[in-house]
Design a protein around this ligand. Structure first.
Ligand SMILES: Nc1nc2c(ncn2[C@@H]2O[C@H](COP(=O)(O)OP(=O)(O)OP(=O)(O)O)[C@@H](O)[C@H]2O)c(=O)[nH]1
Ligand SMILES: [Mg+2]
Length: 301
């Protein structure tokens, strides 16, 4: 953000922080609002670990969306760092876009979420997501309850997955932004480097493929990214916490790792719009989720 770019009078801009409990559909909605699949989304809670910037620019406004990890009570150091990501994002927020899950309102719009969105001087917009999963009357009474509990500036029912009322929500956010300059050229979508997205696409593949606790014990680190070849050469390590997990990730005869690599390569090629050679390895770093140095080396915190 070196220079502010020319913008017409009346232009609006600002940071919109997407906040909510794990698995409420924040990343799915973030992608729909930005119009690009920048953030990985899976059916498992705690998919997002770092906040991700996604920029949507119109003639009238520049919306800088920040996807964040799910709000949870930290159980180990990685969780604390995830919590810090939310707090840091909130420090620079112009609007809080809070997500509740229409099919699980009590859990996703509980006292802690209400506390997290209360007491800010900035507007709060609540989106009741996953409305495709509940009858219309239920969604309507949930909207009333949200208004009763937290009196946000706006409350809207949406379905991020089906795309229902996502544009309406984006228009509402646009109107709610403060007047401000254009911070980024209009073709800029994000700030994170390509490596980061490669790591995330591999991690998404692992989340989708592996069961139970294993996805949570995994991190992905791109060790080298060489564009000076016919195919982009990417060497990436899948980090696990214990030797026994290494065997599961590799699978019988290396099959699981091969399948993860094959699918991830396809996704990365689509993302980079270029052929890729993906060199995937599995590495053990004992208890990396609990150790500051390991977490730092893996890009967390
Ligand atoms: N039926 C339905 N499912 C949805 C909707 N939005 C998201 N989902 C699903 O909900 C699950 C979680 O979505 P994510 O976008 O990863 O949720 P998240 O809030 O980012 O989750 P964390 O990053 O783990 O906090 C995925 O399986 C999505 O496909 C929706 O509007 N309707
Ligand atoms: Mg997410």
């Amino acid at each position: 953000m070196d220079q502010l770019l020319n913008a017409p009078e009346g232009f609006r801009s600002g940071h919109i922080v997407v906040l909510g409990r794990p698995n409420t559909g924040k990343s799915t909605l973030f992608n729909a609002l930005v119009g690009e699949r920048l953030s990985i989304a899976t059916d498992k809670p705690q998919t997002t670990r770092k906040s991700i910037l996604g920029i949507f620019t119109t003639e009238k406004a520049q919306m800088m969306f920040l996807d964040t990890p799910g709000l949870l009570d930290p159980a180990y150091r990685l969780h604390e760092l995830m919590r810090n990501e939310i707090d840091t994002a909130l420090e620079g927020a112009d609007i809080i876009l809070c997500l509740a899950d229409a099919s699980d309102l009590d859990r996703t719009f509980d006292s802690e979420v209400i506390k997290a969105v209360s007491g800010h001087a900035i507007p709060v917009v609540v989106a009741l997501n996953k409305c495709d999963l509940v009858p219309e009357e239920q969604a309507a009474s949930s909207l009333d309850r949200i208004l009763d509990l937290a009196s946000p500036r706006h409350v809207l029912a949406v379905s991020a997955l089906a795309g229902t009322d996502v544009i309406k929500l984006r228009e509402r956010l646009e109107e709610t932004l403060p007047l401000g300059p254009r911070f980024y050229p209009e073709d800029v979508l994000t700030e994170q480097p390509e490596r980061f997205f490669c790591e995330e696409l591999i991690r998404e593949e692992i989340f989708n493929r592996l069961r139970q606790e294993l996805p949570y014990a995994i991190a992905v680190q791109v060790e080298s990214f060489d564009e000076d070849r016919k195919k982009i050469y990417i060497k990436a390590n899948v980090i696990v916490e214990r030797n026994s997990q290494k065997g599961i990730v590799i699978g019988k005869g290396g099959r699981t790792l091969r399948d993860i690599g094959k699918n991830a390569r396809g996704r990365i090629e689509k993302f980079l719009q270029h052929p890729v050679y993906l060199d995937l390895h599995v590495k053990v770093i004992q208890n990396w989720r609990k150790k500051d140095t390991a977490l730092r080396n893996l890009g967390y915190g």
